[in-house]
Design a protein around this ligand. Structure first.
Ligand code: BV8
Ligand code: ZN
Length: 242
């Protein structure tokens, strides 16, 4: 992959690097994306199941979908794109990663400085006492009840129609404002706030570099667009950061 020399210089000289990832970075690990054809489950789309309304209407159906995803993800591993961001974190002390993914693969690849802005599918939250637990699939298959107060547990993820955790959002906005380079990887931009974070980075002077199989809602903001698979492009791009 050829990269222009002025970009190489920016990659070397920049300190504050922000990566914003979506489902596309986990695609090569075998985790279905949301809007690809495999983004379906039975006859449902994510937007129909990942909502508080769906959960209050039929918690068992929603839990069936999440347990299916948890089972699937636990058989998958991080891919070279995840590992290259973990390597970039070691190279650049001011690197930070904001992921929309709930699959936990960034942490499993060694990344430490992560904001999981949409939560984590392997964490549950009690609808009663609001405590969070890292629940085992096997326990959940037996009972969705909170160990402490016996109320119904839910996946600790952000559903459509729910509002962002203001702490996480403010931290993310701050990182976007400070970023010198923003890497936008494997995300369609179908969800509003992550695109706003890219817009904030851009308007505060960040260079936006996008990696995606196809153009996205971020592409009009991107200074560089590298078409292709994150697992192939990212390791090479990260090799230019020093
Ligand atoms: C909010 C967790 C306000 C759950 C997710 C009506 C009612 C209520 C709300 C709304 C409404 N209409 C609009 C809204 C807002 C709504 C929204 O944006 N809806 C969309 C659908 C129109 N947003 C919300 O409700 C959010 N809340 O905005 O509150 C607010 C604002 C500020 C402050 C306070 C409050 C909450 C949204 C959170 C939804 N939760 N996930 C779960 O996972 O079960 S969203 C889910 O989809 C993911 O987390 C991800 O964030 C999101 C986007 O998906 P992508 O990651 O981009 O994946 P996608 O499949 O779309 O694309 C994959 C990309 O990868 C593609 O471009 C593809 O080309 C590329 N790719 C594929 N393979 C590769 C690749 N690229 C590189 N290499 C490859 N190999
Ligand atoms: Zn409880």
């Amino acid at each position: 992959m050829q990269i222009p020399s002025e970009l190489k210089e920016r990659l070397t000289s920049s300190k504050k690097i922000l990566a914003l990832t979506g489902a596309g970075i986990s695609a090569e690990s075998g985790v279905p994306t949301f809007r690809g054809k495999e983004g379906l489950w039975k006859e449902f789309r994510a937007e129909e199941l990942a909502t508080p309304q769906a959960f209050s209407r039929d918690p068992h159906l929603v839990w069936e979908w999440y347990l299916w995803r948890m089972d699937l993800i636990s058989t998958k591993s991080p891919n070279s794109a995840h590992y290259s961001l973990a390597e970039l974190e070691k190279k650049k002390s001011d690197f930070f990663l904001i992921t929309q993914n709930v699959d936990g693969l960034h942490a499993r690849s060694g990344s430490k400085k992560i904001i999981e802005i949409h939560g984590n599918i392997f964490r549950t939250k009690c609808t009663g006492c609001k405590k969070t637990f890292s629940s085992q699939i096997e326990e959940l298959k037996v009972s969705f009840k909170c160990k402490e107060c016996a109320s119904l547990l839910r996946p600790d993820v952000l559903w459509f129609g729910e509002t962002y955790n203001s702490e996480l959002l403010n931290e993310s906005i701050h990182l976007a404002e400070e970023a010198e380079i923003a890497l936008v990887i494997g995300t369609s931009g179908a969800v509003g706030i992550p695109v706003e974070l890219a817009r904030i980075a851009k308007s505060n002077g960040a260079l936006l570099i996008e990696i995606n199989l196809e153009k996205s809602a971020y592409s009009s903001l991107s200074d560089y667009f590298f078409p292709g698979k994150a697992g192939e492009i990212l390791p090479e791009l990260v090799s230019y950061f020093s």
